[in-house]
Write a protein that binds this ligand. Sequence first.
Ligand SMILES: *[C@@H]1O[C@H](CO)[C@@H](O)[C@H](O)[C@H]1NC(C)=O
Ligand SMILES: *[C@@H]1O[C@H](CO)[C@@H](O)[C@H](O)[C@H]1NC(C)=O
Ligand SMILES: *[C@@H]1O[C@H](CO)[C@@H](O)[C@H](O)[C@H]1NC(C)=O
Ligand SMILES: *[C@@H]1O[C@H](CO)[C@@H](O)[C@H](O)[C@H]1NC(C)=O
Ligand SMILES: *[C@@H]1O[C@H](CO)[C@@H](O)[C@H](O)[C@H]1NC(C)=O
Ligand SMILES: *[C@@H]1O[C@H](CO)[C@@H](O)[C@H](O)[C@H]1NC(C)=O
Length: 293
Amino acid sequence: MQLRGLLLIVLVIGFEKSYSQSDSKLDPRIINGVEAPISRTKFQVSIRLKQHDRIFGRGHICGGSLIGPNKVLTAAHCLYNTDRKRYRKAKEFIVVMGTQNRFSRVNGTIVSDVTSIAYTNSFSLDTMRDDVGVMFLKTGLPANKTHLTVSPIVLSNSSVAPGTKCQVSGWGKTSQGLLSTDLMMTNVSIIQQGVCRTSYGNGIVEGMFCAGSLLGGTDSCQGDSGGPLVCNNELVGIVSWGNGCAQKGFPGVYSNVSYYRNWIDSRNASAPVDYSFGFLSLSFTLALGILFN
Ligand SMILES: *[C@@H]1O[C@H](CO)[C@@H](O)[C@H](O)[C@H]1NC(C)=O
Ligand SMILES: *[C@@H]1O[C@H](CO)[C@@H](O)[C@H](O)[C@H]1NC(C)=O
Ligand SMILES: *[C@@H]1O[C@H](CO)[C@@H](O)[C@H](O)[C@H]1NC(C)=O
Ligand SMILES: *[C@@H]1O[C@H](CO)[C@@H](O)[C@H](O)[C@H]1NC(C)=O
Ligand SMILES: *[C@@H]1O[C@H](CO)[C@@H](O)[C@H](O)[C@H]1NC(C)=O
Ligand SMILES: *[C@@H]1O[C@H](CO)[C@@H](O)[C@H](O)[C@H]1NC(C)=O
């Protein structure tokens, strides 16, 4: 099993061994993608670790989708620090939108801090079950102004038929094995659940589905995690995991947006924990101030 967030590369090696893919000569990277047209990826965001983004663009770890002026949908595993075995804090992230080139800020590029995050309590790295998370942005879309290059996408709320052609996009690894500088996009088809299980067996549980090509050759890959799978202008899937990338017989696995629709809709920006910490430390400072006076 190969997770598609960059932060998980160490883990990936272990998983791949158990699949004994070592004799495969296939290029295990996204191939046959094209540069994504801005008009079709206005909702695409780059999720970055602030600490590593001092050189703008270097901190990219995952993709995500803007689903409201201040709300981003991504994968739970993108929010998890595998080294420390804990979820990251909101303040460790920044979110960048309105740029095709990961390294350049252009007119319209929005760079935002994250005020709070939420993830499904049931997400597990072992099974990849419920790989869904949301982030709330400090600086989202400006109110009442149309933005030329950034706008949210509608969530799917229905079943999408197998065979439907969809698009997946991201700055993930390309056939060169490096993260892409430009946002790339490729066509993939929704694959029947039964066929998906032929590839992955019981690894496929409710809330997951496959998309790609059984022939291999085009797929999402590491660094694309959390990003959008879009069918007919609706957000249908979240890039989650796969066995390698673009391998014959192993399409990409996605979290099913309509399956998690209620959970996603019911997440709010309120972050009582963060506020109370702020409040506590403020009261503590005040108390100290009083003591020392
Ligand atoms: C930047 O974009 C805004 C709209 O997003 C536009 O009004 C403005 O003219 C642009 N400025 C330049 C220098 O292109
Ligand atoms: C934005 O538009 C809404 C309704 O169209 C209006 O109620 C609100 O006052 C506007 N906000 C700003 C900041 O202009
Ligand atoms: C979901 O779709 C159904 C039927 O198409 C519609 O009646 C319902 O309002 C939709 N729900 C949401 C939350 O959009
Ligand atoms: C995806 O399909 C569209 C039309 O069906 C085609 O124009 C486009 O070139 C395809 N993109 C890729 C990356 O194959
Ligand atoms: C996603 O979940 C919905 C609701 O449970 C289901 O109707 C739909 O078939 C699933 N989509 C896929 C592609 O499996
Ligand atoms: C979010 O807000 C809505 C309505 O204000 C409420 O029904 C829902 O329970 C809230 N969700 C969470 C997770 O707090």
